[in-house]
Design a protein around this ligand. Structure first.
Ligand code: 26V
Length: 822
């Protein structure tokens, strides 16, 4: 018989072209002459989606049939980034599709540019969730990501007059081909109102919650394809809607005008992502978002459990819930409520299931990021959950009292309720008590959790604590973003490293090979040329691709110390002005990152970078020597352009503050060398690549504590170092703000009087270290060797390794291979 390839699944160029034109006609309703680039993008996206759907359905069928144990990854953020290119890579059809669209006179890069990226996250935490979904699918681990379908993701950043301006991110405006609405699986979420006790027919004490408001959650599913596997998992994002039927009987019997004063209008719930990174502000809408996606997700899991014919008592066999920080920590109370109030289980049965099902990851050591909710606000929005939390706390403190008699201080410190002033619910405590596993995201971070932030919990439950060093997906951050390096790796060690990243170590043998070094260098140069062209377009600057590309891209935060980087630039500038013959390599300093809209000092840091850029870039004496560039709107797409072009990766947070960092890994995997402190995963990166291939500076975490304990006085450093004084003075007199000395005064005042992140203490060592960087860069062979060895020794930092560690130590989820059915 004649075999005809199906238009929806076929992978030959001819079938792909036919499917593409068919989708242009029948989905976009356009013919080629009328079609925009965006129409072509949509036609291609649907062509790819069809190929995913086949895998998706086979995967869902297999999991349903086998009742597979499933990871439910709960996260308020999934910073997915553009989907088209990544899906082409994972399906293994990138090259063939590139050729197919070229045959039709189109350019794949241009089509990929059309996609609005789903920026449903702030930074590290949200991007980690996205990398983990990719790795779980690649490792054939059954998983469901659960989150919120924000109508507006992280704001777009514009720079006007050197300052950040926020623009709404309307990513859904032209439609989203990567999602399937599933209105038939919508669920209701209750908010506000009050509770009533009653006795059920069997005489048992029960509680009924009469809410003030009900909101409907509608799931939208995104396919998550593994790399060259048949697995296609699901990211299920909840969108809030007004419920269609409003039961006035229930509502009228409730306290209609009481407890909740300002009613939350339903659709507002999933409108916008909170743009704060590492700071919690205790906003009611934010708490409503958390219970919204948590309740929707748990109800969904209970529905799946029932549909597979499993009993409630089997919940913790079917699902393991991973809490991505405390944003979904209300899971502990909500699962208790669903099991007791809606499914009739006893406290003990419900608690047993809850504690066996939940694992918690902490992502920050910043005290201001630890979430706590005023008890009044919490009780108004979630009256039943507050009761449950009080009961959990009561039973918990009983146990503590039994273990540590007469230790009321310890009870106060451990309590789920902070009673030191205004009363608060402590979400990290709720997560610790309600889960069987607690992990940090790098070795140092986990140690600091045990010694400091969660010390009392560690003393109570040492067996719950474990460390899972973060990782990143090589599919997006190498194969997709750096095709030149990928091609060279494939040519040298074959292409299996993409899903077995430790195989990169086979590159070590080539580190000394002059011809290999030459090719490696040329690839970096070509990548730098691409970024130089981008900067020419975006910033109107002529950049020398031979210069050292010195890059710091990440959220703007005082603890990440972008202003320490700036102090070095100013110092170099002053040195070059004073000694024009100074032998230093030309450098291009590249910055990117968003500041939280309400974080004034962070916005001032952006303004300082741009002020310094304006002066240096316009100084004829600095031409061909120094350039400073602030790239606007750092997002996943821009990140993918930047990492492959970096020579030097700036990872300069104050030791003890960056939980892990993941940008540090993305840079090193693309052949950048790191300058960094012993913070987060930098410690492990340095251990892996070797101290001689890493530029280390700065105080260690214990030294930071010691200095602070002994009484740190930034003024001493200012007075004691003429270059540091000159740098700070020049900012203060308005050199970088057109003569206006007031602009940066708050920033400098805070450094001179307080300096909580010890910039002044680390300045000298940083500048000295940067001198060594400059010298090393001048020896091309030496630098290239370092670059190769960095890539060769970074295998540990694949998110595949992280996920394998979670599977082995926490989740105990076997892989489930998928066979394609038609
Ligand atoms: C906190 C809050 C507080 C409420 C408002 C919105 C919001 C959004 C995010 C956060 C927590 C930020 C925590 C975070 O992103 N931590 C980062 O996690 C990365 C992945 O583990 C890690 O590499 C970074 O070092 C860490 O800063």
């Amino acid at each position: 018989a004649v075999q005809v390839e199906d238009d929806r699944t076929g992978l030959t160029p001819e079938t792909l072209k036919r499917a593409f034109l068919d989708n242009l006609f029948y989905i976009q309703g356009k013919f080629p002459r009328l079609a925009t680039q965006h129409d072509y993008y949509m036609a291609l996206a649907y062509t790819v989606r069809d190929r995913l759907l086949q895998r998706w359905i086979s995967t869902a069928a297999a999991y349903t049939e086998q009742g597979s144990r499933t990871v439910a990854y709960l996260s308020a953020e999934f910073l997915m980034g553009p989907q088209l290119g990544h899906n082409l890579v994972n399906l293994g059809i990138y090259d063939i599709v590139q050729q197919a669209v070229a045959d039709l006179g189109l350019n794949l890069d241009e089509l990929m540019e059309q996609e609005a990226e789903p920026g449903l996250g702030n930074g590290g935490l949200g991007r980690l969730a996205a990398c983990y979904l990719d790795s779980m699918a690649t490792l054939e681990v059954p998983s469901l990501g659960y989150g919120i379908r924000y109508e507006f993701g992280i704001f777009r950043q514009d720079i006007r007059n050197g300052q950040q301006v926020e623009v709404t991110d309307k990513w859904l405006r032209l439609g989203n081909p990567w999602e399937l609405p599933r209105p038939e699986w919508a669920v209701d979420v209750k908010l506000g109102g009050h509770t009533e006790a009653y006795t059920d027919r069997s005489g048992r004490y029960r509680v009924r919650w009469i809410p003030y408001q009900v909101i409907k959650g509608v799931p939208y599913d995104m396919p998550i394809a593994g790399y060259r596997t048949n697995t296609c998992n699901t990211l299920r994002l909840w969108s809030a809607q007004a419920p269609e039927a409003f039961d006035f009987e229930i509502f009228n019997s409730g306290d209609y005008l009481g407890a909740v004063q300002d009613k939350l209008s339903s659709e507002n719930l999933s409108k916008v992502l909170y743009p704060n990174d590492n700071i919690s502000q205790g906003k009611r809408l934010r708490l409503a978002q958390q219970i919204f996606f948590v309740s929707c997700s748990l109800q969904d899991m209970l529905r799946i459990l029932a549909r597979q014919g499993l009993a409630l008592s089997q919940f913790s066999q079917k699902f393991v819930i991973q809490l991505n920080d405390t944003h979904p920590a209300v899971t502990v109370a909500e699962l208790m409520r669903l099991l007791m109030d809606e499914h009739g289980l006893s406290w003990d049965a419900a608690w047993d299931i809850t504690q066996r099902s939940i694992a918690y990851t902490n992502h920050t050591l910043m005290p201001e990021a630890l979430e706590k909710w005023p008890v009044d606000m919490f009780g108004q929005l979630l009256p039943r959950h507050l009761e449950i939390i009080y009961e959990i706390n009561h039973r918990f403190l009983e146990q503590v009292r039994a273990r540590f008699p007469d230790d009321s201080d310890r009870l106060r410190r451990l309590s789920l309720i902070d009673e030191s002033g205004e009363r608060y619910v402590r979400m990290a405590h709720l997560a610790c008590v309600g889960s069987f596993s607690i992990n940090g995201v790098a070795a140092l971070h986990t140690e600091l959790l045990k010694q400091d932030v969660l010390k009392d919990f560690y003393e109570l439950y040492p067996e719950k604590f474990n460390s899972k060093t973060n990782g990143v997906t090589p599919r997006r951050f190498m194969v997709l973003s750096n095709p030149r390096q990928t091609e060279m790796l494939n040519r040298t060690i074959g292409d299996t490293w993409v899903s077995r990243l430790d195989e990169l170590k086979r590159l070590e043998a080539k580190a000394e090979d002059p011809s290999f070094q030459h090719d490696w260098h040329m690839i970096k140069q070509a990548n730098k040329g691409d970024l130089a062209n981008y900067m020419a377009k975006q910033n109107g600057l002529v950049i020398n691709p031979e210069s050292l590309f010195d890059v710091q891209v990440k959220r703007i935060h005082e603890y990440k110390r972008q202003h320490l980087n700036v102090l070095h630039i100013i110092t170099l500038y002053h040195r070059l002005k004073a000694s024009p013959n100074l032998e230093v390599p030309p450098r291009t300093f590249i910055f990117g990152g968003k500041a939280a809209p309400g974080y004034h000092v962070a916005k001032l840091m952006i303004r300082l970078v741009n002020g310094v850029a304006e002066v240096i870039n316009h100084d004829p004496a600095m031409r061909d020597r120094l350039k400073v560039v602030f790239l606007r709107n750092f997002n996943v797409r821009l990140a993918q352009r930047i990492y492959p072009a970096a020579d030097l990766s700036e990872q300069i947070s104050m030791a003890g503050k960056e939980a892990s960092g993941t940008g540090n890994m993305k840079f090193a995997l693309n052949g950048a060398v790191t300058i960094g402190t012993l913070d987060g995963a930098n410690v492990e990166i340095r251990d892996e690549v070797g101290a001689e291939n890493f530029f280390l500076f700065g105080l260690t975490a214990p030294e930071v504590y010691a200095l602070k304990a002994q009484g740190y006085n930034p003024w001493d450093y200012y007075q004691g170092d003429p270059e540091l004084k000159q740098a700070l003075d020049s900012i203060l007199v308005g050199t970088f703000s057109r003569g206006d000395g007031e602009v940066f005064k708050p920033l400098i005042d805070s450094l001179l009087n307080w300096d909580p992140y010890l910039l002044l203490a680390d300045y000298q060592d940083y500048v000295a270290c940067q001198e060594r960087v400059g010298q090393a860069f001048c020896d091309r062979t030496h630098w290239t060797r370092m670059s190769i060895l960095n890539v060769a020794r970074m295998g540990l930092f694949s998110s595949d390794r992280s996920i394998q560690d979670y599977c082995r130590d926490v989740w105990r989820t076997p892989a489930v291979p998928i066979e394609l059915t038609d």
